[in-house]
Write a protein that binds this ligand. Sequence first.
Ligand code: ADP
Ligand code: MG
Length: 340
Amino acid sequence: MLTLNRVSRRYGETIALDGVDFVVPENTYMSLLGASGSGKTTLLRLIAGFEEPDQGEISINGARIDGQPSHLRDIGFVFQNFALFPHLTVFENVAFGLRHRVNAPVKNEKEIKERTDNALELVGLEGFGHRAVSAISGGQRQRVALARTLVTEPRIVLLDEPLGALDANLRSRMCDELKAIRERLKVSFLHVTGSETEALMMGDKVAVLADGKIVQTGAPDTLFAEPLNAASARHMNAWNIFDASLCAGPVGQGAIAVRFDQIDISATGQAPETRPHLKAKYLTGEFNGPTALSFFRAEDGTLLQIIDHLSQPRLPDLVEGESYDLHFAPDAVRQFHGAA
Ligand code: ADP
Ligand code: MG
């Protein structure tokens, strides 16, 4: 189990991490979701020991690792841009970690070959060892980067936006494979990403990093359906967050959230009084195949989105620039502390 306790890191005036409490359990695929600049890479670099926290503690199974040299931590790191050696073959890229590691480099060629071949087989690259890394696809490079990390049998594997450089088709296939590889190894993966779909799809557990802190951790379905705060809801990209004072009808105060798929539309004045409702102007729609998105502007300027699944259409024909009443069930509302 990897534990971060009140970990902080600043760069000059920038507070990258501000008292992060975070646990990665054993044998778990953990995703960490955060916007660009939220401190994801910094967090991984602190765990790996490429830099040190200003404050706080990092430990594995109760033993402090912060302050230890990076090469003694037994932590694998898959870099965002793969960072392969372009002049070496696939085999030599993977073997490199064994041959040249500071701590107990492997000198026995037979052992190097066996372990490297195993790692290549694990990531589905058996038979590719002799290829130049410049002569393989993006997805295959990703696998080489992973094999190069796994060959050293790390205690935990950190993956920095590992799918960011791949195209959409490949990305979803690599998602499945990363999960399958991890399940075979039974070692924990900590996968950081800016994509909520990726985080929710990959993670046995998902944590959300915002404003330098972990704002929520949980199972993906819980996080999606029951965000505990506005920051967490915002990261799910499925919730409208607005101030309850915009609404008439049965609703609380302060910041509330209603999911894109749980809002209905009526002509002005036609919303049922038993449901919270607010006035908003229809801006435009976006057709995405199986779903349609409609965008509205509330009276305080908040942008609202409504999603409609075309298998069960429920939206009226909307006229751009017209005002409508948006309404929802009282129990569809999530209530947060503070302002929206
Ligand atoms: P992410 O990986 O989530 O995009 P980073 O961890 O790279 O975020 O960066 C978090 C914040 O810390 C950003 O504001 C970034 O500009 C800043 N930062 C990161 N590394 C450095 C550094 N070496 N020097 C100065 N600022 C840095
Ligand atoms: Mg980053």
